[in-house]
Design a protein around this ligand. Structure first.
Ligand code: URA
Length: 209
């Protein structure tokens, strides 16, 4: 099992603090989510293979590196995961995007799938699943179950805040999936919200509630 990668870069810590602040409005919240996502994308793609190609600079012919290997697909879990997508695509603009829609049943707290649309060549791509909050892990685990049914192999999960409960559940069910998070919080409360967390990420991104 790979350990979660907790990204404690000062810029991420600073932006996560602003995200947590209940006085941060939707516009700023959305921008911050994308900025943190972009910084996390930088780290989550660190192991991308590169190959050497020959190019000509204005000065001479030289060898230089470009990304090689499998192409990438981002899979935002609807709806809050969408908030991270633009930040990710800024760094990997050629990535394809699949969408998986899950909501938490308010009674059972279990995820219910209502939408799934993936690129045709999804099983040939490296996958980065996006959801800002890893709470119980239910949605993330279900989304990754689904991706594995489609034959997906190299899967990473990027969230902004994780609860220990979610990390444990993910490690139990999908030990092959590397998790990246911007902060590891204390616990879940009785309503399965992350404490201290930042509240409902989807509501704060879209100004609903
Ligand atoms: N989803 C959220 O948006 N926030 C939480 O704290 C937990 C799940």
């Amino acid at each position: 099992m790979s350990k979660p990668f907790i990204m404690d870069h000062p810029l991420i810590q600073h932006k996560v603090t602003l995200l947590r602040d209940k006085n941060t409005g939707s516009k700023e919240f959305r921008e911050l989510i994308n900025e943190v996502a972009m910084l996390m994308c930088y780290e989550a793609t660190r192991d991308m293979p590169v190959k050497e190609v020959e190019i000509e600079t204005p000065i001479c012919i030289t060898k230089s590196k470009v990304i090689s290997g499998r192409k990438v697909a981002f899979i935002p879990i609807l709806r809050a995961g969408l908030g991270m997508l633009d930040g990710m695509l800024k760094l990997v603009p050629a990535a394809k995007v699949g969408h998986i829609g899950l909501y938490r049943d308010p009674q059972t707290h279990l995820p219910v799938e209502y939408y799934c649309k993936l690129p045709n060549d999804i099983n040939e791509r490296d996958i980065i699943v996006l959801d800002p909050m890893l709470a119980t892990g239910g949605s993330a685990i279900d989304a990754i179950d689904r991706l594995k049914e489609y034959g997906c192999g190299n899967i990473k999960f990027v969230c902004i805040i994780a609860a220990p409960e979610g990390l444990e559940a993910m490690a139990r069910k999908h030990p092959d999936v590397q998790v990246y998070c911007g902060a590891l919080d204390e616990k879940l409360n009785d309503h399965k919200y992350i404490v201290p967390g930042l509240g409902d990420a989807g509501d704060r991104i879209y100004g609903t509630k």
